[in-house]
Design a binder for this molecule. Structure first.
Ligand code: PNW
Length: 580
């Protein structure tokens, strides 16, 4: 029987954002500073010298933004709560700010009125500056775990009657490594004294990560003991999970790919889902690797109801180098034959690894078996190119493989981020930027992988949130890097849906389970017309709507894919050569 082309019942899709990246209005309604406020104002910390004071102005434009989301037809919205709006100084004995609670409360009500499921992240990197100043933030285990637990409790109390999907912490790897190791993210600590006056990159990242895991577990304990019995929601952590592929088929590079995964994913996922740290980390770090007490392990193990997964790209892994944050593994996008693994994004760390061949059928749950099976099966499979290791190209789409790998943690997967920054998108005007065919191409690959993973491989995936709903502050990149499916003109704050938004809306509409769609449509008490016209005929251009009236221009027809363009140009060149 042919696999289903539909998504499962109750599948959730929507777009994702984070408070500091979109809100702006940093000194409004009693908000306290976060560690990103002043950090980005220091010379050299952001690529364009800009900061988050205005960002995408979404604190002011929140109603219009929700209307735009509704007009996209999403079923959910992943957003984050700003800790320092809710508790301006952050601590458990500091006052709660009623205006902060009121803002998010109205926000959640508005989402629900549009039939949109609120998917709330408690912590997306914007630690209250008060806690950094008071005791060093995430470095202080006793204090931060209690303060975070208290903040989480305040949020469950205020919003848990309506929020049924909670993410505790977003990508702790970035807080630990980029914030306390490389020093490129707030609070910017590092051993590199050219970068930071304080910090120890050899110890602090491991301590920070350890404390984050415990804080997460403490928040989950409170939720499960005090709120879940009446509120009945789900709670979990969300981790970055880029795929690691061996550079070639040498045994040391096959090991290197596993080592990279141990340090990137296993560092968090093994304790939370399996109850131990990866042995390879202990081997490399020795007594610099912290451990939990038995009581702590008892709340850490099993502290996530699902696997929250942010995934963007694939790295080719080569043994060697001295980068501990990558598990003493070198990353590259250049294959042994000099070709590129994928199409380069604006972000240096991101390439679109196109959907390859899904010839390998695996139902195994560990990387080493995946690699070995691929090596064994490779000779019978179609070959691409001749020089480089063929089985690498056969290792299907990154998302698909990652999704299957994460089955080792044996819980439903919620894909909470996946996206692409188009090269030089900030150098062109809105009319050009909305024709974002590189991003469309990226999502064509990842959505296909998503569907195949669900319907062919039987992976239990419950949600998919492309990053991001809006162009926004891309952390240390400032506004030079855009991930949005909606273009934001940062001068006027007008929103322009890109072709990628159109592609995704249409893709999900066509694949949504009809009963699920009817159920969610019935929940909306407010409606706005779809921004791209009739839902059943999305190719017919933009319609006006309350949300669309805010838009700077109408959406354009989907872009030609560069693949098609390139093919056409090649054909033209061949024709001309023939005529000549
Ligand atoms: C994630 N890297 O960050 C975050 O959750 C988002 O806030 C962010 O905007 C998005 O991905 C795009 O960058 C990452 O260097 C930042 O590998 C950096 C890396 C990965 C993820």
């Amino acid at each position: 029987m042919a696999p289903s082309t539909k998504l499962p019942k109750d599948f959730i899709w929507g777009f994702a954002t984070a408070s500091f990246q979109i809100e702006g209005s940093v000194d409004v309604d009693g908000r306290g500073k976060s560690i990103w406020d002043d950090f980005l104002k220091l010379p050299g910390k952001s690529l364009d010298g800009k900061n988050g004071d205005v960002a995408s102005d979404s604190y002011r434009l929140w109603k219009e933004d929700i209307a735009l989301l509704a007009s996209y037809g999403v079923r959910s919205y992943r957003f984050s709560l700003a800790w320092s709006r809710i508790i301006p100084l952050g601590g458990r004995n500091d006052p709660v700010n009623p205006k902060g609670i009121e803002f998010y409360s109205k926000f959640i009500d508005e989402l629900l009125a549009h039939g949109i499921i609120p998917f709330a992240t408690l912590y997306h990197w914007d630690l209250p500056q008060g806690l950094q100043d008071r005791y060093g933030g995430w470095l202080n285990k006793e204090e931060i775990t209690l303060d975070y637990q208290n903040y989480a409790r305040v949020c469950f109390e205020a919003f848990g009657d309506r929020v049924k999907h909670w993410l505790t912490i977003n990508e702790p790897w970035c807080c630990a490594v980029l914030g306390h190791g490389r020093g490129v993210f707030a609070p910017g600590r590092s051993s590199d004294r050219n970068r930071s006056p304080e910090g120890d990159s050899s110890t602090e990242p491991w301590i920070v990560a350890h404390n984050i895991i415990l804080a997460h577990a403490k928040a989950v304990t409170v939720y499960r003991e005090q709120f879940k019995p009446t509120q009945n929601g789900l709670i979990g952590i969300t981790l970055n999970g880029d795929w690691a592929m061996p550079y070639d088929d040498s045994p040391e590079n096959i090991d290197a790919a596993q080592h990279a995964l141990d340090f990137a994913i296993g560092w968090y996922a093994d304790p939370v889902y399996l109850g131990f740290y990866p042995p390879y980390m202990r081997e490399v770090l020795g007594d610099r690797m912290p451990d939990f007490t038995p009581e702590e392990w008892s709340i850490v193990k099993g502290s996530s109801d699902f696997y929250g997964m942010n995934t963007y790209t694939t790295n080719l892994c080569r043994a060697g180098g001295d980068d501990e944050f990558q598990g003493l593994v070198d990353y590259t996008f250049t294959r042994p034959d000099g070709s590129q693994l994928g199409h380069q994004a604006q972000s240096a760390w991101l390439q679109d690894y196109p959907d390859g061949f899904r010839a390998v059928r695996l139902s195994i749950f560990s990387l080493s078996s995946i690699v070995l099976t691929c090596v064994c099966e490779a000779p019978q499979l179609p070959m691409e190119g001749s020089n480089h290791c063929n089985y690498l190209t056969i290792l299907a789409t990154v998302t698909d493989i990652v999704l299957r790998y994460l089955q080792r943690y044996k819980l439903p997967i919620y894909v909470t981020e996946n996206g692409f920054s188009v090269k030089n998108e900030s150098d062109v005007n809105a009319d050009e930027a909305v024709k974002d065919f590189d991003r469309v191409h990226y999502f064509q690959g990842t959505t296909k992988a998503l569907l195949d993973a669900i319907n062919v491989d039987g992976v239990d995936i419950r949600a998919y949130f492309p990053w991001s709903f809006l162009d926004n502050l891309e952390w240390a990149d400032g506004y030079t890097t855009r991930f949005g499916v909606t273009y934001v003109d940062f001068e006027t704050q007008k929103r322009y849906p890109k072709d990628s938004a159109r592609f995704l809306i249409k893709w999900f509409k066509e694949r949504e389970d009809p009963e699920t769609a009817a159920k969610w449509d019935a929940k909306a008490t407010k409606t706005v017309p779809p921004v791209f016209g009739d839902r059943t005929n999305l190719a017919n251009g933009a319609a006006s709507s309350k949300a669309a009236s805010k838009l700077g221009s109408e959406a354009v027809l989907p872009a030609t894919r560069w693949g098609v363009r390139t093919t056409f140009m090649k054909f033209l060149a061949a024709l001309l050569a023939f005529i000549r």
